[in-house]
Design a protein around this ligand. Structure first.
Ligand code: NAD
Length: 260
């Protein structure tokens, strides 16, 4: 039987990468999904692929009203909201703290924290009342960078630590009505974009090099693709996880085994 039969999900950043794979997996498990993303092209492709099982909202996660529109759309279209997946994010491509000018550092902070952290605050705030009604759950996409160094530079690493703080406090405050968890993917082959203020300070590596690096680093030696993480999201979103809250599920080829 489908694990998410009849569930209405609101997901950010579903036009590409991990978010898109989660949309696909959730729909095949019986869910309907409302997606907020800033990529018009990616949203058009989703709509064509999934038809009536998906609703798409074009907009930026840094604007609260966009989340309100998305939640309203989910409720009007599908009658309720059961799950929020706050997934949209951007990267600093391992930019080195000492190399970056104070001006670029400040701009990078504003851009990256607005998307990775404020975007999650806003998504949670806009969804909380509807999730309370359904005794639903929230899932944040974090990263190994939420726990240890070398998953990004200071901007990305600090932002992912901040998201984990958000999820833990929310799990505490919103119990017993709403479960709040996260998935921490390891390095994955996606188009995760480097924010503009840091581009002059980083070397962008090609996908082949990235695949080799990812494979070398994790004990299972997997060059992870977005589809490799969907099982973790399906579990946390489903009623099978009804006793799980405040948890971060690593989907990273076993990095913890290396003691990172
Ligand atoms: P991706 O670029 O393929 O997907 C991100 C999606 O978010 C895109 O569709 C993009 O348009 C959207 N997005 C970005 N900024 C937005 C904004 N301001 N408003 C609306 N939409 C926005 O990248 P991905 O790797 O799939 O990233 C998804 C999540 O996974 C991120 O939170 C990222 O930090 C996390 N993550 C990625 C990796 C990795 O190695 N790729 C590892 C761990 C965690």
């Amino acid at each position: 039987m489908a694990e998410l039969s009849g569930k209405s999900v609101y997901l950010t950043g579903g036009a590409s990468g991990i978010g898109k794979a989660v949309v696909e997996a959730f729909i095949s498990e019986g869910a309907v999904v409302t997606v907020l993303d800033r990529s018009a092209e990616g949203l058009r492709a989703l709509q064509e692929q999934f038809g009536d099982s998906v609703r798409t909202i074009m907009g930026d996660v840094t604007v609260y009203e966009n989340h309100q529109r998305a939640v309203q759309c989910a409720v009007e279209s599908f009658g309720k909201l059961d799950v929020l997946v706050s997934n949209a994010g951007v990267f600093d491509a391992f930019a080195k703290f000492v190399d970056v000018t104070p001006e670029a550092m400040s701009e990078a902070y504003d851009v990256l924290f607005s998307i990775n952290v404020k975007g999650s605050f806003f998504a949670a705030k806009a969804a909380v009342d509807e999730l309370k009604r359904t005794r639903g759950n929230m899932i944040f996409t974090v990263s190994g960078a939420g726990f240890y160094p070398d998953g990004g530079g200071v901007w990305y690493t600090a932002s992912k630590h901040a998201q984990i703080g958000l999820l833990r406090q929310l799990a505490f405050e919103l119990a017993p009505d709403i479960r709040v968890n996260a998935v921490a993917p390891g390095g994955t082959l996606t188009a995760l974009s480097v924010i503009a203020p840091l581009r002059p300070f980083v070397n962008v590596v090609d996908n082949e090099t990235k695949a080799k690096n990812i494979k070398r680093r994790n004990p299972l030696q997997i060059a992870m693709e977005p589809e490799d993480h969907v099982g973790a999201y399906i579990l946390l979103a489903s009623d099978k996880a009804r006793a799980i809250t405040g948890e971060v599920l690593a989907s990273d080829g076993g990095l913890v085994v290396r003691g990172l």
